[in-house]
Design a binder for this molecule. Structure first.
Ligand code: WQD
Length: 336
C-alpha cells in the first residue's frame, strides 16, 4: 500500500518514512519544506535501500493534494504537516490556524474527494492542558493552553465530527508525549531552527559546545529533584507507533491513543543521562519556572499496548546516545 506522508521531511516524519519503507510500504512525501529537509529524505532512502516519491507542495493546495493522492493511488495518509513552535503560535496565531486547521480541512476534503478515508493524525499531549491526574489516560479532560495546542484540539474535534457523520472513515489520533533521540545510524535526527526551545536539542547543543549552559526552568516543583518531569520517548519507537496504528486502521474506526513510555524523567536526570552518553560536561543555570509549564506530565501507555500492540521500549540512555550520535555527526544539522 502507498501512504501519503504530509510533513514527511520533518523530524518525526522522516523517521516514520524510514519505518514505512522498512516495513514494505510505498511512500510519497508531501511537504512544503518550510521546516523539512530534502537531505533528510535522501538519507532515509539510503538507509532503507529503497526510494520514495517527493511532492513539494502545501496542504492548503487542495488540487495538488487530490492530484497526488490519485496519481499515486494512495491507500492512506499520515498527517504530520503543521507548525509546532508554541511561542510562535502566541505571536502569530493566524498562521497557525491557517496552516494547521485550515490546512487539515483542505487535506480532508481532498481525501474525501479521492475516496481515501484512512488517516493517522499527529496530535499531542498538549491537548490535555495542565494534568488533573497522572498518569494521563485518554479520557482525561481536553483543554489547550496556547494557540498551538488549540489547533491540535480543533483538528481532533473536526476528526471526531467527521467520523460521526461518516463511520466509513478510519482515523487514528496519536497523542505524542516528548519525542527525542534520533535514528541509531546518526544520519537523521532533529534539526531545530534557531535557538531550540525544547529540552533535548538544547542539551545536545550545550554538549557540543554551541551553547554555554542549559537554563533549567524551575527547581521547586514537587518532583524528585525539584525540576520538571516529562515522558520522553525515542523517536524511532514513536515512528513504529505509526505503523502499528496504520494496521489497526485497516477497518473503519476512530481512536485516540497516547504514545509515551508511561515513565518520566526530570530535567536534571536528562542532563545526567546526556552527560554520560556524550562524555561532555553540561553546565546548568537554575532559573525561574517557565510560564505555562506543568510540574509533571506522563502517559498512561496501556491503551497503546492493548489497541496497537505497541510500546516504547527504548530507554533514556539509548535516547541520549542516539541523540548525541546525530548531534556530533551533524553539528550544523542537514545544512552542512
Ligand atoms: C521539557 C522540560 C521544561 C527547555 C513542549 C510543548 C508541547 C510540545 C513539546 C508538541 C520542562 C524544561 C526545557 C530548557 C528547561 N510539543 N526545560 N530548559 O514543555 O513538555 O512541551 O514541547 O506538541 O506542546 O509545550 O517540552 O522540551 O520544552 O520541556 O529546563 O531550555 O524541560 O521546563 O520541564 P514540554 P520541553
Amino acid at each position: 500500500m502507498k501512504i501519503l506522508v504530509t510533513g514527511g521531511a520533518g523530524y518525526i516524519g522522516a523517521h516514520t518514512c524510514l519505518a514505512l519503507l522498512e516495513q514494505g510500504y510505498e511512500v510519497v512525501v508531501y511537504d512544503n519544506f518550510s521546516n523539512g529537509h530534502v537531505e533528510a529524505l535522501r538519507r532515509v532512502q539510503r538507509l532503507a535501500g529503497r526510494t520514495l516519491d517527493i511532492v513539494r507542495g502545501d496542504i492548503q493546495d487542495g488540487n495538488l493534494v487530490r492530484k497526488t493522492l490519485q496519481e499515486h493511488r494512495c491507500g492512506g495518509v499520515i498527517h504530520f504537516a503543521g507548525l509546532k513552535a508554541v511561542g510562535d503560535s502566541v505571536s502569530n496565531p493566524l498562521s497557525f490556524y491557517n496552516n494547521n486547521v485550515f490546512g487539515t480541512i483542505s487535506l480532508l476534503d481532498a481525501m474525501e474527494d479521492c475516496n481515501v478515508r484512512r488517516l493517522v493524525f499527529s496530535s499531542s499531549a498538549t491537548v490535555y492542558g495542565d494534568p488533573r491526574w497522572l498518569p494521563i489516560t485518554e479520557n482525561h479532560p481536553l483543554r489547550a493552553l496556547n494557540p498551538y495546542g488549540r489547533t491540535k484540539l480543533m483538528i481532533e474535534d473536526v476528526l471526531r465530527d467527521l467520523y460521526a457523520s461518516d463511520p466509513s472513515w478510519s482515523i487514528g489520533i496519536l497523542r505524542y508525549f516528548n519525542p527525542v533521540g534520533a535514528h541509531s545510524s546518526g544520519e537523521i535526527g532533529e534539526d531545530p531552527k534557531g535557538v531550540p526551545t525544547n529540552l533535548m536539542p538544547y542539551i545536545a547543543q550545550v554538549a557540543s559546545g554551541l551553547r554555554s549552559s542549559l537554563k533549567v526552568f524551575g527547581d521547586d516543583y514537587p518532583t524528585l529533584d525539584g525540576t520538571g518531569e516529562r515522558d520522553y520517548l525515542h523517536v524511532v519507537d514513536l515512528a513504529e507507533g505509526h505503523i502499528a496504528a496504520l494496521k489497526v486502521l485497516e477497518a473503519p474506526t476512530l481512536f485516540e491513543v497516547n504514545l509515551g513510555t508511561g515513565n518520566c524523567s526530570t530535567v536534571l536526570e536528562m542532563v545526567d543521562a546526556f552527560a554520560r552518553a556524550s562524555g561532555r560536561d553540561i553546565p546548568v543555570e537554575h532559573q525561574n519556572r517557565r510560564a505555562g509549564d506543568a510540574a509533571s506530565c506522563f502517559a498512561d501507555a496501556s491503551k497503546a499496548l492493548e489497541l496497537l500492540g505497541w510500546r516504547a521500549w527504548r530507554d533514556i540512555d539509548t535516547m541520549c546516545r542516539d541523540h548525541w550520535n546525530w548531534q556530533s555527526r551533524n553539528p550544523e544539522g542537514y545544512q552542512a
